[in-house]
Design a binder for this molecule. Structure first.
Ligand code: F6P
Length: 322
């Protein structure tokens, strides 16, 4: 069986991905201990997004920072949990020419429930040895690698370096990530969607219309019944879509208008969009391809529609048609 290190052997990104795999393993071990280590609760703090921080959010962030800075590959890092970019200390930065952006614990509201959570990451080339905020604000099309770790019934690392998408499962006995899901492809068609239906009254007309047509099932214009799933953990939703197709949506709505959406562009939407496109799917903000968006802020939020390409085309059409 091919391991992650043999799969990437000889490539420039191999040592970077090896460090990311190590972060995922260390974090998986923390998550797997569950309530045993007494670190599952919330802190009395909120993160830069104004969301309640869990103890594990902070632990996850520390693991990702420490493991990845020591490899000496990065000039700077940015995380959901830190307001400003992190300049890697000079002793590690000497050869660092990359930037790492990450959400260390996505879906953390699920962590107390023993549900699936994940980490999401994006790698860019650093234009400067000592990168400033502007150096991080590159469009998603500049990503040279992206992926996620999924901490579920097994731990997985799903990765793209721009040549398709491959999934690796952690073998707890050997400690290796093993290639179990080579060349993941998203079917073009689907009859499954994921959206937080509790926000329906707040949606814009194109989203209302798309979902309304799906809900009419066999009797409506789509002529088929749709199924719905909502895990409230983006990593789990995208993983399901990579395995069996589907559509995931987090649109802008009346309650999210001031902040521009729910999901963060740089370390949630962009890496997931790259994975989905590399697997033959599509990812849009409604009218614009997510990977083409020119970021204006590190923690910028965007509407997200991603998954099976024919459904995303239909959602884009709904946005274009008044
Ligand atoms: O980081 C945002 C996130 O936790 C995603 O992982 C998930 O898709 C979404 O928020 C869940 O949103 P809601 O709380 O509306 O269900």
């Amino acid at each position: 069986m091919k391991t992650l290190s043999t799969f990437l052997a000889g490539t420039e990104l191999a040592p970077l991905i090896a460090d990311i795999a190590e972060s995922c393993k260390q974090l998986a071990a923390e998550i797997n201990r569950g309530a045993l280590h007494g670190k599952m609760g919330s802190l009395d703090a909120t993160n830069v997004q104004g969301e309640t921080q869990k103890q594990l959010d902070v632990i996850a962030n520390d693991i990702w920072l420490q493991v990845n800075e020591q490899g000496g590959h990065y000039a700077g890092m940015a995380s959901e949990e830190m307001e400003a970019p992190y300049l890697v200390p000079e002793r590690y930065r000497q050869s660092g020419k990359y930037l790492l952006l990450f959400d260390p614990l996505d879906g953390s509201s699920n962590v107390d429930l023993n549900f699936t959570v994940g980490s999401i990451f994006s790698i860019l080339i650093s234009p400067n040895h000592a990168p400033a905020l502007e150096d991080f604000l590159q469009p998603g099309s500049s990503q040279i690698a992206a992926g996620y770790a999924l901490y579920g019934s097994s731990t997985m690392l799903v990765l793209t370096t721009g040549q398709g998408v491959n999934g690796f499962t952690l073998d707890e006995t050997s400690g290796d990530f093993v290639l179990t899901h080579p060349d993941m492809r998203i079917p073009q068609d689907t009859s499954e969607f994921a959206i937080n239906m509790s926000r329906q009254r707040l949606w814009e007309a194109p989203v209302k219309r798309y979902i309304d047509e799906c809900l009419q099932g066999k009797d409506g214009p789509r002529g088929k019944d749709f199924n719905m799933r909502w895990v409230a953990s983006m990593v789990a939703e995208v993983h399901r879509i990579l395995i069996r197709g589907g559509v995931f949506m987090y649109p802008i709505d009346d309650g999210l208008r001031a902040q521009g959406g729910r999901l963060r562009l740089m370390y949630e939407a962009n890496p997931m969009a790259m994975l989905v496109e590399q697997a033959g799917g599509a990812a849009s903000a409604g009218l614009e391809r997510i990977l083409d968006i020119r970021p204006e802020a590190l923690h910028q939020r965007v509407p997200v529609f991603l998954g099976s390409s024919r459904e995303i085309e239909r959602i884009i059409l709904m946005h274009r048609t008044p």
